[in-house]
Design a protein around this ligand. Structure first.
Ligand SMILES: Cc1cc2nc3c(=O)[nH]c(=O)nc-3n(C[C@H](O)[C@H](O)[C@H](O)COP(=O)(O)O)c2cc1C
Length: 400
């Protein structure tokens, strides 16, 4: 009798211990991540998403609310959308830009707010290349006329339009290429002035830098076209120029399309080779997306359809990666990290559906993360509170 009850007691205690252990175990999704000299509080990144809501390139109240609410919602890193390094590098006349000093102050206001919420702030620097001067997506996939604020100076590696309903681009000459490198570097300098913690160079989705990488869009015969070495030259020179303006302590990401999904195009093995070089050039993380260079390709879209690219690049190039693409469920995101496919998860559309995704994911995974003190009454019991820190306090906690 007594030994039986004793066994039951032991069993009960060990189960309790086990379940307690499971409850308090840190999910990878909510483990901190050190990169450069910042430590992100969790692995959740708001993927850059164009809002087409800027005024002459300047961030507006929309951007403050859009990015700010996702910081309130607990994301560790909030990355502002593709931000043009020159006016003709915008996708649409309503894109964000960072080509002049006047753009810094509106960004500063947003960055300060993100910091006050305990989030880190990133910005994606971009040039739209041959996909520039289009209308906003909800106005239809067509060229923006000059009357609508569009422009005719659409630039690319070669004079090959993306599709019949896009502009016929002008091929950049050597001076034009140099001007683009300079524009990226100056944009990085302004991003620093605005207080951003992370810069991401946009070399994916068929925009200018991706166009230089892919043999399908780059038919040049000069030093920026032809061989792998030549096609990657522009991106590498931009990385070097940006690194001169962007301190080594601050993380530098590059977003790539791991494959064009097209015969004769850029491939995963090109991406691995490029990632190895980028690592040596001081890039801290590759944000691994795919496609966008040519229309009409077949992409096997489904949950996590790109994460295996992130995994292979991470393993074979030995560089941290971010996974993106139909990451929706908290357990799915956690699994990507636990199984070593990536170091960070970037979520886009799910964050449009739920700005508080990170707070909800923590509840699902039974993790404790802080809720804004103003929202505690909706948070349930035993939830730590997050007091906003002052801009000065946030600044003093940050890097030089
Ligand atoms: C509204 C919207 C705007 C986007 N803008 C950008 C952008 O500025 N830069 C970029 O690299 N990707 C952009 N993307 C792509 C997303 O960052 C992401 O890679 C893609 O949506 C796949 O992730 P998801 O399945 O979580 O949405 C955008 C996506 C959406 C839905």
């Amino acid at each position: 009798m007594l030994p039986g009850r004793f066994v039951l007691l032991i069993l009960f205690l060990s189960l309790k211990h086990l379940s307690h252990g499971m409850l308090t175990e840190t999910a990878s999704l909510f483990s901190p991540f050190q990169i450069g000299n910042i430590t992100l509080p969790n692995r959740i990144v708001v993927s850059p998403m164009c809002q087409y809501s800027a005024e002459d390139g300047s961030a507006t109240d929309w951007h403050l609310v859009h990015l700010g609410s996702r910081a309130v919602g607990g994301a560790g890193l909030v990355v502002a959308e593709a931000t043009a390094v020159s006016p003709e590098g915008r996708i649409s006349p309503s894109d964000l830009g960072i080509w002049k000093e006047e753009h810094v102050a509106p960004f500063r206001r947003i960055v300060d707010f993100l910091h006050q919420q305990g989030a880190f702030a990133g910005i994606q620097l971009a040039h739209a290349g041959r996909k520039a001067s289009m209308c906003r997506p909800w106005e239809g996939e067509r060229i923006a006329t000059v009357e609508e604020g569009g422009w005719t100076n659409v630039l690319a590696p070669s004079e090959i339009p993306f599709a019949p309903n896009y502009s016929r681009p002008k091929a950049l000459d050597e001076n034009g290429v140099r001007a683009i490198i300079h524009a990226f570097a100056q944009a990085a300098r302004r991003a620093r002035l605005a207080g951003f913690d992370v810069v991401e160079i946009h070399a994916a989705h068929g925009y200018l830098l991706n166009e230089f990488l892919s043999p399908l869009s780059n038919h040049r015969s000069d030093a920026f076209g032809g061989s792998f070495e030549n096609r990657t030259r522009l991106l590498l020179e931009i990385v070097d120029a940006v690194r001169k303006e962007w301190p080594p302590s601050r993380p530098l990401f590059v977003r790539i399309s791991a494959t064009d999904w097209a015969e004769g195009g850029w491939t995963l093995s090109d991406s691995i080779q490029l990632a190895r070089i980028l690592r040596q050039r001081g890039v801290d993380l590759i944000d691994v997306s795919s496609g966008g260079l040519v229309p009409g390709v077949k992409i096997p879209v489904g949950p996590g359809y790109q994460t295996h690219f992130a995994e292979q690049i991470r393993r074979e190039a030995g560089i941290p990666t971010g996974a993106v693409g139909m990451i929706i469920e908290p357990a799915q995101a956690d699994h990507i990290l636990r199984t070593g496919q990536a170091d960070l998860v970037f979520l886009a559309r799910e964050f449009l559906r739920d700005p508080y995704w990170a707070l909800h994911a923590a509840q699902h995974l039974r993790q404790k993360i802080s809720w804004p003190v103003q929202y505690l009454r909706g948070a349930g019991t035993d939830v730590p509170s997050r007091e906003p820190v002052s801009a000065e306090e946030a600044e003093s906690l940050r890097i030089s």
